[in-house]
Design a protein around this ligand. Structure first.
Ligand SMILES: [Fe+2]
Ligand SMILES: [Fe+2]
Length: 266
């Protein structure tokens, strides 16, 4: 069984988002805001997927991992929904409506996947998403960008990224247990990543339009290159998130948020 702690935390989002920042700073900020906008739709879909998977899982330890995964993701998206109210409120009504339209389209896609796609597809989507975001979280942890300093939303980023690393084995183990096909993991996972990232782009472009930004900033940093290397490793037939060494500082962060949480169950 993985070592996963459910931490019920609710953050408040009172510090104003500085949308008068430089174009370079906004170029860093918008993908993070876009990521947050996806969470109240993506994470409930992951939870629905795992609840269907639970009915077929025959390993008690994995059942418990999946339960904790679902509870962690539930706390994640509830905090992001609060943050997203603040994000929408920073823009004029037309852009806020534009964001709501993209949110509705994303929710419709994920409801359709839950109702019409196979368990095999949905489990592969979950693993594709989790592998990609864990790669990003690990790279951020290694580069000390984990505290979300400079990003609006404050501690939501450190807490969320640390828990993504903490539950990194669950979707992979469920996929291996119920599907187990390497080619399908790559094909369906890559499609899932394309689908998910296309929504990140739509949200970011909508916000960029609201800010009058002409084009998206595409500067790559050593952290982005590290994230790309980690992401490419997820395509290996030998990829196994259980074998990933957790970067320094992640356990300390998890301990910090355990202390902050209401009624943590470990
Ligand atoms: Fe999450
Ligand atoms: Fe996750």
């Amino acid at each position: 069984m993985a070592d996963i702690t459910v931490r019920k935390i609710r953050f408040t989002f009172e510090d104003p988002i500085d949308l008068d920042a430089s174009e370079a700073e906004l170029g860093e900020m918008l993908p993070a805001l876009a990521l947050s906008m996806t969470m109240p739709y993506l994470e409930p879909y992951l939870i629905r997927t795992m609840k269907v998977a639970l009915k077929a899982i025959t390993e008690p330890a994995l059942v418990e991992d999946v339960r904790r995964f679902c509870q962690q993701e539930g706390h994640h998206y509830r905090n992001h929904a609060l943050f997203n109210d603040q994000i929408r409120g920073q823009f004029d009504a037309a852009i806020a409506d534009g964001l709501r339209g993209i949110e509705a389209a994303m929710e419709a896609d994920y409801q359709r996947f839950s109702h019409e796609k196979s368990r095999r597809f949905n489990v592969a989507y979950a693993e594709g998403f989790e592998a990609m975001t864990c790669a990003g979280a690990l790279a951020a942890a290694e580069h000390g960008a984990f505290d979300g300093a400079g990003l609006p939303g404050g501690e939501i980023w450190a807490w969320h990224m640390a828990e993504e690393i903490e539950h990194r084995t669950v979707a992979f183990d469920v996929f291996q247990h119920l599907v187990g096909s390497y080619p399908y993991r790559i094909l369906a996972g890559a499609w899932a990543q394309w689908h998910y990232v296309s929504y990140i782009r739509r949200f970011a472009l909508c916000m960029a339009r609201g800010l009058g930004l002409k084009r998206k900033q595409t500067k790559t940093s050593p952290m982005h290159r590290k994230a790309l290397r980690r992401y490419l490793h997820t395509w290996s037939p030998r990829y196994d998130p259980a074998k990933i060494e957790v970067p320094a500082g992640v356990q300390e962060l998890l301990a910090k948020y355990s202390a902050l949480a209401e009624g943590a169950a470990s």
